[in-house]
Ligand binder design. Structure first.
Ligand SMILES: *Cc1c(COP(=O)(O)O)cnc(C)c1O
Length: 389
Protein backbone atom coordinates (compact mmCIF):
# COMPACT_ATOMS: atom_id res chain seq x y z
CA UNK A 1 0.00 0.00 0.00
CA UNK A 2 1.19 3.52 -0.77
CA UNK A 3 2.03 5.57 2.33
CA UNK A 4 -1.12 7.38 3.47
CA UNK A 5 -0.93 11.15 3.57
CA UNK A 6 -3.34 13.76 4.88
CA UNK A 7 -2.95 15.56 1.54
CA UNK A 8 -0.98 14.24 -1.45
CA UNK A 9 0.42 17.26 -3.26
CA UNK A 10 3.14 15.21 -4.94
CA UNK A 11 0.75 12.73 -6.53
CA UNK A 12 -1.41 15.56 -7.78
CA UNK A 13 1.59 17.45 -9.19
CA UNK A 14 2.76 14.40 -11.12
CA UNK A 15 -0.51 14.39 -13.08
CA UNK A 16 0.03 17.93 -14.36
CA UNK A 17 3.80 18.13 -14.14
CA UNK A 18 4.56 19.00 -17.76
CA UNK A 19 2.16 21.88 -17.86
CA UNK A 20 3.14 23.28 -14.47
CA UNK A 21 6.85 23.03 -15.20
CA UNK A 22 6.62 24.76 -18.56
CA UNK A 23 4.30 27.52 -17.26
CA UNK A 24 6.53 28.24 -14.29
CA UNK A 25 9.64 28.29 -16.49
CA UNK A 26 7.90 30.67 -18.87
CA UNK A 27 7.29 33.08 -16.01
CA UNK A 28 10.94 32.90 -15.02
CA UNK A 29 12.06 33.57 -18.59
CA UNK A 30 9.58 36.44 -18.91
CA UNK A 31 10.75 37.97 -15.58
CA UNK A 32 7.21 39.38 -15.20
CA UNK A 33 7.14 38.14 -11.61
CA UNK A 34 4.60 40.59 -10.21
CA UNK A 35 1.33 41.58 -11.88
CA UNK A 36 2.37 39.74 -15.02
CA UNK A 37 0.04 38.41 -17.71
CA UNK A 38 -0.35 35.09 -15.85
CA UNK A 39 -2.02 36.89 -12.94
CA UNK A 40 -4.36 38.74 -15.25
CA UNK A 41 -5.27 35.58 -17.19
CA UNK A 42 -5.87 33.62 -13.99
CA UNK A 43 -8.12 36.38 -12.70
CA UNK A 44 -10.23 36.26 -15.88
CA UNK A 45 -10.38 32.46 -15.91
CA UNK A 46 -11.48 32.31 -12.28
CA UNK A 47 -14.14 34.99 -12.93
CA UNK A 48 -15.51 32.83 -15.76
CA UNK A 49 -15.38 29.64 -13.70
CA UNK A 50 -17.18 31.19 -10.73
CA UNK A 51 -19.48 33.34 -12.83
CA UNK A 52 -18.59 36.37 -10.75
CA UNK A 53 -17.86 39.86 -12.08
CA UNK A 54 -14.65 40.54 -10.17
CA UNK A 55 -11.81 38.44 -8.83
CA UNK A 56 -9.06 40.44 -7.12
CA UNK A 57 -6.00 38.25 -6.47
CA UNK A 58 -3.99 38.87 -3.30
CA UNK A 59 -1.26 37.32 -1.18
CA UNK A 60 -3.21 34.84 1.00
CA UNK A 61 -6.64 34.02 2.36
CA UNK A 62 -6.16 35.91 5.61
CA UNK A 63 -5.29 39.09 3.71
CA UNK A 64 -8.30 38.48 1.47
CA UNK A 65 -10.63 38.59 4.49
CA UNK A 66 -8.96 41.68 5.92
CA UNK A 67 -9.03 43.49 2.59
CA UNK A 68 -12.70 42.63 2.07
CA UNK A 69 -13.49 44.23 5.45
CA UNK A 70 -11.32 47.28 4.66
CA UNK A 71 -13.04 47.63 1.28
CA UNK A 72 -16.45 47.66 2.93
CA UNK A 73 -15.27 50.55 5.11
CA UNK A 74 -15.95 48.82 8.43
CA UNK A 75 -14.89 51.06 11.31
CA UNK A 76 -13.38 50.37 14.75
CA UNK A 77 -16.13 49.32 17.15
CA UNK A 78 -18.34 47.85 14.43
CA UNK A 79 -19.48 44.38 15.40
CA UNK A 80 -18.86 41.46 13.04
CA UNK A 81 -20.58 38.15 13.68
CA UNK A 82 -18.78 34.92 12.79
CA UNK A 83 -18.64 31.26 13.77
CA UNK A 84 -17.03 30.04 16.99
CA UNK A 85 -15.99 26.86 15.19
CA UNK A 86 -13.57 27.83 12.42
CA UNK A 87 -9.93 28.56 11.69
CA UNK A 88 -8.59 31.53 13.67
CA UNK A 89 -7.87 33.65 10.58
CA UNK A 90 -11.52 34.62 10.37
CA UNK A 91 -11.67 36.21 13.81
CA UNK A 92 -8.06 37.42 13.74
CA UNK A 93 -8.58 39.96 10.97
CA UNK A 94 -11.74 41.27 12.63
CA UNK A 95 -9.74 41.94 15.78
CA UNK A 96 -6.75 43.36 13.87
CA UNK A 97 -8.95 46.01 12.28
CA UNK A 98 -10.23 46.89 15.77
CA UNK A 99 -13.68 45.72 14.83
CA UNK A 100 -15.45 43.73 17.53
CA UNK A 101 -15.68 39.99 16.81
CA UNK A 102 -18.93 38.43 17.96
CA UNK A 103 -18.60 34.65 17.95
CA UNK A 104 -21.73 32.53 17.73
CA UNK A 105 -22.49 28.83 17.82
CA UNK A 106 -22.77 26.47 14.86
CA UNK A 107 -25.17 23.74 13.72
CA UNK A 108 -24.37 20.18 14.82
CA UNK A 109 -24.90 18.58 11.40
CA UNK A 110 -23.30 21.03 8.96
CA UNK A 111 -20.78 22.48 11.47
CA UNK A 112 -21.69 25.86 9.94
CA UNK A 113 -22.81 29.09 11.59
CA UNK A 114 -26.30 28.84 13.05
CA UNK A 115 -28.66 31.48 11.60
CA UNK A 116 -30.72 31.52 14.81
CA UNK A 117 -27.58 32.29 16.81
CA UNK A 118 -26.73 35.10 14.38
CA UNK A 119 -30.14 36.67 14.94
CA UNK A 120 -29.72 36.59 18.70
CA UNK A 121 -26.31 38.27 18.49
CA UNK A 122 -27.39 41.26 16.42
CA UNK A 123 -27.13 44.68 18.12
CA UNK A 124 -27.34 48.23 16.75
CA UNK A 125 -23.55 48.06 16.25
CA UNK A 126 -23.61 44.94 14.07
CA UNK A 127 -22.34 45.67 10.57
CA UNK A 128 -21.42 42.34 8.99
CA UNK A 129 -21.76 38.56 9.11
CA UNK A 130 -18.90 36.26 8.07
CA UNK A 131 -20.18 32.78 7.26
CA UNK A 132 -17.41 30.22 6.70
CA UNK A 133 -18.20 27.37 4.30
CA UNK A 134 -16.53 25.01 6.70
CA UNK A 135 -14.86 21.82 5.46
CA UNK A 136 -16.24 22.54 1.98
CA UNK A 137 -19.95 22.74 2.72
CA UNK A 138 -21.90 25.92 2.11
CA UNK A 139 -23.47 27.63 5.11
CA UNK A 140 -27.22 28.24 5.07
CA UNK A 141 -27.07 31.23 2.71
CA UNK A 142 -30.85 31.50 2.24
CA UNK A 143 -31.26 32.28 5.93
CA UNK A 144 -28.07 34.35 6.23
CA UNK A 145 -28.88 36.59 3.26
CA UNK A 146 -32.42 37.09 4.58
CA UNK A 147 -31.09 38.16 7.99
CA UNK A 148 -28.58 40.49 6.30
CA UNK A 149 -31.33 42.12 4.31
CA UNK A 150 -33.62 42.52 7.33
CA UNK A 151 -30.90 44.17 9.42
CA UNK A 152 -28.99 45.89 6.62
CA UNK A 153 -25.74 43.96 7.19
CA UNK A 154 -22.88 43.02 4.88
CA UNK A 155 -22.17 39.37 4.22
CA UNK A 156 -18.52 38.37 3.72
CA UNK A 157 -18.20 34.71 2.74
CA UNK A 158 -15.03 33.00 3.92
CA UNK A 159 -14.73 30.56 1.03
CA UNK A 160 -11.20 29.34 1.82
CA UNK A 161 -12.45 25.76 2.23
CA UNK A 162 -15.32 25.86 -0.24
CA UNK A 163 -13.94 26.77 -3.65
CA UNK A 164 -15.66 24.98 -6.51
CA UNK A 165 -18.67 24.12 -4.41
CA UNK A 166 -22.18 25.31 -5.16
CA UNK A 167 -25.15 26.50 -3.22
CA UNK A 168 -28.69 25.85 -4.35
CA UNK A 169 -31.21 28.37 -3.06
CA UNK A 170 -34.67 27.38 -1.92
CA UNK A 171 -36.03 28.74 -5.22
CA UNK A 172 -33.85 26.25 -7.11
CA UNK A 173 -31.22 28.70 -8.36
CA UNK A 174 -27.70 27.32 -8.02
CA UNK A 175 -24.53 29.41 -7.83
CA UNK A 176 -20.92 28.91 -6.82
CA UNK A 177 -20.06 29.58 -3.19
CA UNK A 178 -18.24 32.87 -2.83
CA UNK A 179 -20.60 34.65 -5.22
CA UNK A 180 -23.58 35.04 -2.88
CA UNK A 181 -22.59 37.60 -0.26
CA UNK A 182 -21.50 41.19 -0.90
CA UNK A 183 -17.91 40.00 -1.04
CA UNK A 184 -15.99 36.76 -0.46
CA UNK A 185 -12.46 35.64 0.27
CA UNK A 186 -10.56 32.51 -0.60
CA UNK A 187 -7.13 30.99 0.00
CA UNK A 188 -4.83 29.17 -2.42
CA UNK A 189 -2.73 27.68 0.39
CA UNK A 190 -1.22 24.46 -1.04
CA UNK A 191 -3.56 22.07 0.79
CA UNK A 192 -6.78 23.92 -0.11
CA UNK A 193 -9.00 22.45 -2.84
CA UNK A 194 -7.42 24.85 -5.34
CA UNK A 195 -3.91 25.30 -3.97
CA UNK A 196 -0.82 26.95 -5.40
CA UNK A 197 2.83 26.17 -4.55
CA UNK A 198 3.23 28.86 -1.93
CA UNK A 199 0.81 31.45 -0.58
CA UNK A 200 -2.05 33.00 -2.51
CA UNK A 201 -5.58 34.27 -2.10
CA UNK A 202 -8.35 36.23 -3.76
CA UNK A 203 -11.39 38.38 -3.13
CA UNK A 204 -14.58 37.98 -5.18
CA UNK A 205 -17.43 40.43 -5.65
CA UNK A 206 -20.19 41.29 -8.09
CA UNK A 207 -20.16 44.93 -6.93
CA UNK A 208 -18.28 47.15 -9.42
CA UNK A 209 -17.72 49.98 -6.97
CA UNK A 210 -16.47 47.69 -4.20
CA UNK A 211 -14.15 45.93 -6.68
CA UNK A 212 -12.65 49.30 -7.63
CA UNK A 213 -12.09 50.23 -3.97
CA UNK A 214 -10.51 46.84 -3.23
CA UNK A 215 -8.15 47.03 -6.22
CA UNK A 216 -6.74 50.17 -4.59
CA UNK A 217 -6.65 48.73 -1.08
CA UNK A 218 -4.47 45.77 -2.18
CA UNK A 219 -2.06 48.18 -3.81
CA UNK A 220 -1.13 50.67 -1.05
CA UNK A 221 -4.40 52.56 -1.41
CA UNK A 222 -3.33 53.77 -4.86
CA UNK A 223 -5.87 54.53 -7.58
CA UNK A 224 -3.46 56.70 -9.57
CA UNK A 225 0.28 56.09 -9.44
CA UNK A 226 1.77 57.65 -6.28
CA UNK A 227 -1.59 59.11 -5.21
CA UNK A 228 -2.62 57.34 -2.00
CA UNK A 229 -6.31 58.01 -1.36
CA UNK A 230 -6.87 55.48 1.41
CA UNK A 231 -4.64 53.51 3.77
CA UNK A 232 -4.03 50.27 1.96
CA UNK A 233 -1.83 47.21 2.19
CA UNK A 234 0.60 45.40 -0.07
CA UNK A 235 -0.97 42.10 -0.97
CA UNK A 236 -0.17 40.46 -4.30
CA UNK A 237 -0.47 37.06 -5.92
CA UNK A 238 2.81 36.48 -7.74
CA UNK A 239 3.00 35.32 -11.35
CA UNK A 240 4.58 31.94 -10.57
CA UNK A 241 1.66 31.09 -8.27
CA UNK A 242 -0.81 32.32 -10.88
CA UNK A 243 0.84 30.04 -13.46
CA UNK A 244 0.40 27.04 -11.13
CA UNK A 245 -3.22 28.00 -10.45
CA UNK A 246 -3.94 28.33 -14.19
CA UNK A 247 -2.70 24.77 -14.67
CA UNK A 248 -4.89 23.50 -11.83
CA UNK A 249 -8.13 25.47 -12.33
CA UNK A 250 -9.33 23.38 -15.34
CA UNK A 251 -8.97 20.31 -13.07
CA UNK A 252 -10.81 21.76 -10.06
CA UNK A 253 -14.16 20.08 -10.79
CA UNK A 254 -12.38 16.77 -11.29
CA UNK A 255 -10.46 17.27 -8.04
CA UNK A 256 -13.67 17.99 -6.14
CA UNK A 257 -15.34 14.96 -7.74
CA UNK A 258 -12.43 12.81 -6.56
CA UNK A 259 -12.91 14.17 -3.04
CA UNK A 260 -16.63 13.41 -3.14
CA UNK A 261 -15.91 9.90 -4.43
CA UNK A 262 -13.54 9.28 -1.52
CA UNK A 263 -16.16 10.69 0.88
CA UNK A 264 -18.80 8.30 -0.52
CA UNK A 265 -16.48 5.35 0.04
CA UNK A 266 -15.81 6.45 3.62
CA UNK A 267 -19.55 6.90 4.25
CA UNK A 268 -20.33 3.48 2.87
CA UNK A 269 -17.73 1.78 5.07
CA UNK A 270 -19.02 3.60 8.16
CA UNK A 271 -22.70 2.88 7.43
CA UNK A 272 -24.41 1.47 10.51
CA UNK A 273 -21.29 1.64 12.68
CA UNK A 274 -22.28 2.83 16.12
CA UNK A 275 -20.42 5.74 17.68
CA UNK A 276 -19.64 7.26 14.28
CA UNK A 277 -21.57 10.14 12.77
CA UNK A 278 -20.54 10.65 9.15
CA UNK A 279 -20.55 14.20 7.83
CA UNK A 280 -23.82 15.62 6.67
CA UNK A 281 -23.56 16.60 3.02
CA UNK A 282 -27.05 17.83 2.68
CA UNK A 283 -27.57 21.17 1.04
CA UNK A 284 -30.59 23.20 1.98
CA UNK A 285 -32.59 21.90 -0.87
CA UNK A 286 -31.21 18.54 -1.90
CA UNK A 287 -33.16 15.60 -0.75
CA UNK A 288 -30.63 13.12 0.60
CA UNK A 289 -30.53 11.40 3.95
CA UNK A 290 -27.73 11.41 6.51
CA UNK A 291 -24.71 9.52 5.26
CA UNK A 292 -25.52 10.14 1.60
CA UNK A 293 -23.95 12.64 -0.74
CA UNK A 294 -26.10 14.40 -3.28
CA UNK A 295 -25.16 13.59 -6.87
CA UNK A 296 -26.48 16.71 -8.46
CA UNK A 297 -25.98 19.86 -6.47
CA UNK A 298 -22.28 19.85 -5.60
CA UNK A 299 -23.09 21.29 -2.20
CA UNK A 300 -20.08 19.77 -0.43
CA UNK A 301 -16.53 19.75 -1.83
CA UNK A 302 -14.97 17.94 1.15
CA UNK A 303 -12.03 20.14 1.93
CA UNK A 304 -12.07 17.93 5.01
CA UNK A 305 -13.86 14.66 5.68
CA UNK A 306 -14.82 15.09 9.32
CA UNK A 307 -16.42 12.46 11.51
CA UNK A 308 -17.97 12.91 14.92
CA UNK A 309 -17.08 10.03 17.24
CA UNK A 310 -19.35 9.64 20.24
CA UNK A 311 -18.86 7.61 23.45
CA UNK A 312 -15.27 7.30 22.26
CA UNK A 313 -11.99 8.78 23.46
CA UNK A 314 -11.31 10.89 20.37
CA UNK A 315 -7.71 11.66 21.33
CA UNK A 316 -6.99 7.97 21.86
CA UNK A 317 -8.41 7.32 18.38
CA UNK A 318 -6.03 9.93 16.96
CA UNK A 319 -3.14 8.12 18.63
CA UNK A 320 -4.38 4.72 17.40
CA UNK A 321 -4.51 6.00 13.82
CA UNK A 322 -1.08 7.59 14.07
CA UNK A 323 0.31 4.35 15.52
CA UNK A 324 -0.98 2.68 12.36
CA UNK A 325 0.71 5.27 10.13
CA UNK A 326 -2.60 6.96 9.33
CA UNK A 327 -2.37 10.74 9.59
CA UNK A 328 -5.48 12.57 10.76
CA UNK A 329 -6.40 16.01 12.05
CA UNK A 330 -8.54 17.61 14.71
CA UNK A 331 -10.08 20.70 13.17
CA UNK A 332 -10.60 22.41 15.54
CA UNK A 333 -9.67 21.34 19.07
CA UNK A 334 -10.46 24.59 20.91
CA UNK A 335 -13.46 26.89 20.36
CA UNK A 336 -12.38 30.38 19.33
CA UNK A 337 -14.25 31.92 22.28
CA UNK A 338 -11.94 29.94 24.60
CA UNK A 339 -8.73 31.04 22.92
CA UNK A 340 -6.70 33.46 25.04
CA UNK A 341 -6.55 36.04 22.26
CA UNK A 342 -10.31 36.11 21.71
CA UNK A 343 -11.82 35.74 25.17
CA UNK A 344 -14.51 38.30 25.91
CA UNK A 345 -16.42 38.75 29.17
CA UNK A 346 -19.65 39.03 27.18
CA UNK A 347 -19.46 35.37 26.19
CA UNK A 348 -21.29 32.77 28.18
CA UNK A 349 -20.45 29.05 27.92
CA UNK A 350 -24.15 28.29 27.61
CA UNK A 351 -24.14 30.15 24.28
CA UNK A 352 -21.83 27.59 22.67
CA UNK A 353 -23.20 24.12 23.43
CA UNK A 354 -22.60 22.75 19.93
CA UNK A 355 -19.06 24.03 19.45
CA UNK A 356 -18.09 22.96 22.97
CA UNK A 357 -19.23 19.44 22.12
CA UNK A 358 -17.84 19.27 18.58
CA UNK A 359 -14.30 20.12 19.70
CA UNK A 360 -14.29 16.89 21.73
CA UNK A 361 -15.78 14.70 18.98
CA UNK A 362 -14.43 15.73 15.58
CA UNK A 363 -11.71 13.95 13.69
CA UNK A 364 -10.76 14.58 10.06
CA UNK A 365 -9.50 11.65 8.00
CA UNK A 366 -7.06 11.83 5.07
CA UNK A 367 -8.81 13.59 2.18
CA UNK A 368 -7.25 14.42 -1.16
CA UNK A 369 -7.52 13.68 -4.84
CA UNK A 370 -5.20 10.66 -4.90
CA UNK A 371 -6.71 8.34 -2.24
CA UNK A 372 -7.07 4.76 -3.50
CA UNK A 373 -9.41 1.96 -2.40
CA UNK A 374 -6.72 0.04 -0.56
CA UNK A 375 -5.89 3.09 1.54
CA UNK A 376 -9.56 3.87 2.26
CA UNK A 377 -10.20 0.25 3.28
CA UNK A 378 -7.25 0.31 5.65
CA UNK A 379 -8.25 3.67 7.16
CA UNK A 380 -11.90 2.72 7.68
CA UNK A 381 -11.05 -0.71 9.12
CA UNK A 382 -8.61 0.85 11.57
CA UNK A 383 -11.19 3.43 12.70
CA UNK A 384 -13.98 0.85 13.01
CA UNK A 385 -11.77 -1.56 15.00
CA UNK A 386 -11.15 1.18 17.54
CA UNK A 387 -14.63 2.62 17.93
CA UNK A 388 -16.36 -0.77 18.21
CA UNK A 389 -13.88 -2.50 20.48
C1 LIG B 1 -7.00 28.59 5.19
C2 LIG B 1 -8.06 29.43 5.74
C3 LIG B 1 -7.92 30.83 5.84
C4 LIG B 1 -6.62 31.56 5.62
O1 LIG B 1 -5.98 31.33 4.45
P1 LIG B 1 -4.40 31.61 4.34
O2 LIG B 1 -4.17 31.60 2.86
O3 LIG B 1 -3.70 30.51 5.05
O4 LIG B 1 -4.13 32.95 4.94
C5 LIG B 1 -9.00 31.57 6.27
N1 LIG B 1 -10.17 30.98 6.61
C6 LIG B 1 -10.33 29.65 6.56
C7 LIG B 1 -11.65 29.07 6.95
C8 LIG B 1 -9.28 28.83 6.14
O5 LIG B 1 -9.46 27.50 6.10
Amino acid sequence: MKKIQMVDLKGQYEQIQEQVDSSVLNVIHSTAFINGPEVHSFQKELEDYLNVKHVIPCANGTDALQIAMMGLGLQPGDEVITADFTFAATVEVIALLQLTPVLVDVEPDSFNIDPEAIKKAITPKTKAIVPVHLFGQAANMDAIMAIAEDYNLYVIEDNAQGIGGSYTFEDGKSVKTGTIGHVASTSFFPSKNLGCYGDGGAIFTNDDELAHIIRGVVNHGMYKRYHHDVVGVNSRLDSIQAAVLRAKLPNLDRYNDARRTAARKYNKAFEGIKNIITPSAKGNTCDVSQGKICNTCNCHVFHQYTLRVINTDRDALVKHLNDNAIPCGVYYPIPLHSQKAYQDSRYNEADFPVTNQLVTEVISLPMHTELDNEQIDFITKTVIDFVTK
